[in-house]
Every structure is written in C-alpha cells, then in structure tokens.
Write a protein that binds this ligand. Structure first.
Ligand code: ATP
Ligand code: MG
Length: 510
C-alpha cells in the first residue's frame, strides 16, 4: 500500500471532482463519465519498461454510501481481474485506494482507449461493411469469453464498448454483471443487488417473463418477486449485440423508447407480434397488455418483423441475416455468441485463436451474499493488496497453442480517425515527449487550436471530453435519432391500462 505522501490531488473542471492518485500518474484529461465513476487519461511516468504509458484511471466514487454501490465496485474489481488479458475486454493494470481506514473511492488503472462506439456511431465518420464486420466479430469474441466464465454482462451498449483508432474494440463496465447457473442448481438471489439495465438495449423477456405479477385486476402491475439467473439468460446480452449492430448499420438507436412502456411498443412495432408468444409468461398482465396493442387504425400489430433490408438498404445481406437472428423475440431461438462467430458475416475477419473460453467460471457467490459493510471494506482492501502482485504474466486469458498455429484472417481495413482519437493521440504524444524530456507538466499552448489537453499539476483543472460535439448531442436528444417505422408499426396500448403502474413495473430491476 502506498503512503499518503505518495499521492496528490487533481481537480476535474466543471464537476469539481477530485482525483487523488499516486504521483506516478500525471492526469492528462477527463475522457468519460458514467453513473458510478469518472475516467481520466493519465501518463504513467514510472513504468519498468523505461518509457511512459498512457493509461485510463477510473474513479469509482462514494462506494460506501450505499451497499449497492459497494458491491458494484467489488464486483467490477473482481471481474476485471478474472477476465484480465482477453484482447476484447478492457484490462486491469492496477488498483488503488488512498487510506484503508477512511477510503470511499477506488481507482482502477486500465489501458486507455481512444473513444467509444457511441461516439463513432453518432459521429459523421463514414463506416463501411468491413467496420461492421470487424466490430461485430470482436464483440462476439469478447462475449463468448465472458459467457464461458458463466458471467452475464447485462449492460452492453455502445458507451460501454471502447474503441481504438485502429478499430480494435474492448468491452468495459462490468458493474452490472451477474453470474448464471444451470437451471438445476439453486442460487439464493435475495442477496443479489439489482439495478436498472439501460432501457434501449434491454431484452423484452426481461420485462415479460422475469417476474410474477399481481393478477387481481386487469392491467394492474405489481412485482412480487424476481427469480434467479440461468444459462438461458445470457441471451439478453445477444439481444443488446443485435441492438448495437442495428445502430451501427442505421446510425440511429433501433428501439428508442421514451419510457419502458414505449420501449415495448417500439420492440413489438418493429419485430411484430407472433401468434405464438408461449416463450413469454402468457399469464402475465404485461403479455396481456402487449396483445392489446393497436396501431392508429385500431389494427393489431403485424405478426412478422419489419423488413430490415428496407430499413438498412446499404447493409450487406449477411449483416441483415445476423441482425435478424440476434433480434429474435424468442430467447431460445436467438443466436448465441458461438453462433454469431460461426456466421458468414464475420467469416473474413475470423481468427479461431482468439475465440477461446475462460478456464474458470467466475465465483459470484463468495461475495454477493456479504451484507456487512466492514467485511465488504476488507474484501476491497484485499483485492487492492492482491493487485499489487499482478503482472502481465499472471493473465488468465490463454489462447490455445494448437489453434494459434493456424493462419489468422484479420481486419485489414483502414483506421478510423475517431472524433477524439486525433486529439487524444496528439495530446498523448506531446505528453509522452514532455515526460521523456523530464518536463512532467505541459504548458498550455494558446496559439494552437488543436491541442486542448495538457498534463496537469496538483490542483489544476482538466477539461471535459470533446468526444461528442454539439450536433451529436442534439441528434441523440432529438426524435430524429430513432428509426422511423411508419403508422402500421406505431402502436398504442389499451385506453383503460394503468400506464403509470405498468411503467413502474417495467422499470423494476431484474
Ligand atoms: N479504459 C478506458 N479508456 C478510455 N475511456 C474509458 C475507459 N473506461 C471508461 N472510459 C470512458 O468512461 C465512460 C464511463 O466508464 P464506465 O462505463 O466504466 O463507468 P460507469 O460509471 O460504470 O458507467 P455507467 O454509467 O454506464 O454504469 C465510458 O463510457 C467511456 O467513455
Ligand atoms: Mg458505462
């Protein structure tokens, strides 16, 4: 553990948030923020390799304010270590806390990526078929590895997929992840903390068959209890992958529900309502509500999905086929990660050496049941202590040497000059150069419009990310950022439904 005078504090502009980190890191700028943490890029000036490395530092804040946040943090620390080393999953280089007696934040040190898929999708960058192929392949390969450790990610969305300028991608943000068990094994779920999964990427079966409901009155929706996760639930991640593929192809969110009820309207509008819905809980009030959806003329929803070839006229036909298989309402018929890797669409970029499985399943049970804050605190301290012994050779990910010897067919397309990557690369190069010269602090260069990032000294400010310009933000907020489907697929619910109660129910955690 470092001593307190090994740390220094930097304040992040606008948020007034402080990063208290080891002096071996010089903060460059803020690169992202989520609900539970902020992420800054930083220069590691104290590497064994003899040169400086750009890293990302994620600050998980206020972790002891609520048990839910404590567990989320511990879960992410443990999972990142367990999955460490797979090329499509963000790594974990180190972890830090400042004072074991009083800490309320944890710092995770990772490789720094240039941007996220959200920024790429909603930028004006031109994407080609080879980009969709390569992104999908990597996403499926990372997901195969995650699922093979009996882990569900549960929050796959473009903002949780990091992308580098060379188009390599890495899945991040494991705070929502859960384990699954075979249906025959029992797992006590009362200890599982629950969160709300990002709405637009949430599989319909989560809303339709995960709970039992109070059926005492028609269209009244009360959650009574939730059930455990089983191996079938990994298909919720594949639904999210389908949503991401559609967003890549159309540069718009596919199911852009304005609330949870509208989310269901959008899904059923686009995918239709098949006659046989036995894969949902047909006795639930929500399924009954769905069956009573009507279009503007009072007609029930079409039974067939929309023709994706019309919605995405420029997409390769194999991409449409993959999309159709991923966005399957019936989870049992939805394509798995393995199925996706076998799909024709990614055949050209496939490299079996990468498609390995995790050696050990991840053990959620050892800590998800802990209720005592004191014990959880000890667990986090232990993880940090243990991480100090981490080195690159201790990575769990191992590719099979026999498969490794096969020739690999990989991405040969061009790099993406991402909205932030040009700035980031330039800023990083300058920072590295300055550090190599022995100048740990770059002076602001007012004469340059381009270089907006500086390595900062104690208590100086670092700026907000520039990843999304104002137009991108407006696009995300406007109605125009959703797919237009026409009147026949724009649905409304029965007028006597208790919309507020339904919304409350659907937005419940799972
Ligand atoms: N290693 C990294 N390199 C570059 N940017 C990163 C990195 N990790 C995270 N980010 C950026 O920070 C953002 C937030 O990170 P992350 O999703 O891990 O935080 P979170 O608080 O758990 O998020 P959420 O609100 O989705 O739960 C990401 O969307 C991304 O923009
Ligand atoms: Mg996130």
């Amino acid at each position: 553990m470092l001593k307190s005078d090994d740390f220094y504090t930097v304040t992040i502009e606008n948020s007034q948030e402080k990063f208290t980190i080891s002096k071996q890191y010089k903060i460059i700028r803020k690169v992202g923020a989520g609900s539970y943490g902020s992420v800054c890029s930083a220069l590691n000036v104290n590497t064994n390799e003899g040169y400086c490395l750009v890293v990302a530092i994620k600050k998980c804040r206020h972790i002891f304010d609520k048990k839910l946040i404590t567990k989320r943090c511990l879960r992410e620390m443990k999972l990142l270590q367990h999955l460490n080393g797979h090329p499509r999953i963000i790594d974990l280089k180190a972890m830090d806390i400042v004072d074991p007696r009083t800490f309320n934040e944890v710092y995770l040190i990772q490789s720094c990526c240039d941007t996220t898929m959200a920024d790429i999708i909603h930028s004006k960058l031109e994407l080609e078929a080879v980009h969709y192929q390569w992104f999908m392949y990597q996403l499926l390969s990372g997901l195969k590895y995650i699922h093979s450790a009996n882990v569900l990610h549960r929050d796959l969305k473009p903002a949780n997929i990091l992308v580098n300028e060379n188009c390599d991608l890495r899945i991040c943000d494991f705070g929502m992840a859960r384990g699954f068990v075979n249906p025959s094994d029992h797992i006590e779920t009362k200890y599982m903390t629950h969160y709300v999964v990002t709405r637009w990427y949430r599989a319909p079966e989560i809303m339709l068959s995960r709970n039992t409901y109070d059926k005492s009155s028609k269209y009244t929706f009360n959650v009574i209890h939730s059930t455990s996760f089983n191996s079938h639930d990994k298909l919720v991640d594949l639904w999210s992958v389908g949503c991401i593929l559609a967003e890549l192809l159309g540069r718009k969110v596919l199911f852009k529900g304005t609330d949870y009820v509208d989310q269901l309207h959008k899904i059923v509008g686009i995918l239709g309502l098949p006659e046989d819905t036995s894969f949902w809980d047909n006795s639930s009030s929500v399924t009954e509500y769905i069956k009573n959806l009507r279009d503007e003329s009072g007609l029930p929803p079409p039974t067939e999905p929309i023709d994706f070839r019309v919605v995405f006229p420029n997409a390769p036909i194999e991409a449409i086929d993959l999309l159709t298989n991923l966005l399957c309402l019936d989870p049992a018929k939805r394509m798995t990660a393995d199925g996706g890797l076998d799909h024709q669409f990614v055949a050209d970029v496939r490299d079996p050496a990468e498609e390995v499985e995790c050696i050990l399943p991840f053990d959620f049970e050892s800590f998800e049941m802990i209720e005592s804050e004191h014990v959880l605190r000890q667990c986090i301290i232990e993880e940090v202590m243990r991480s100090k012994g981490l080195d690159d050779n201790s990575l769990r990910y191992q590719s099979s040497s026999s498969i490794n010897s096969q020739p690999s067919r990989r991405y040969t397309g061009s790099s993406l000059s991402t909205p932030s990557s040009a700035f980031v690369t330039e800023a990083n190069l300058n920072a590295i150069h300055a550090a190599q010269q022995g100048n740990h602090v770059l002076q602001p260069t007012h004469d340059s419009d381009q270089l907006q990032f500086m390595v900062m000294e104690t208590n100086q400010f670092v700026g907000e990310p520039e990843d999304m310009d104002e137009d991108d933000m407006k696009l995300m907020d406007s109605d125009d950022s959703g797919i237009h489907v026409g009147k026949r697929r724009t649905l409304v619910g029965p007028s006597n439904a208790d919309y507020n109660a339904l919304e409350r129910h659907l937005s419940k955690d799972w």
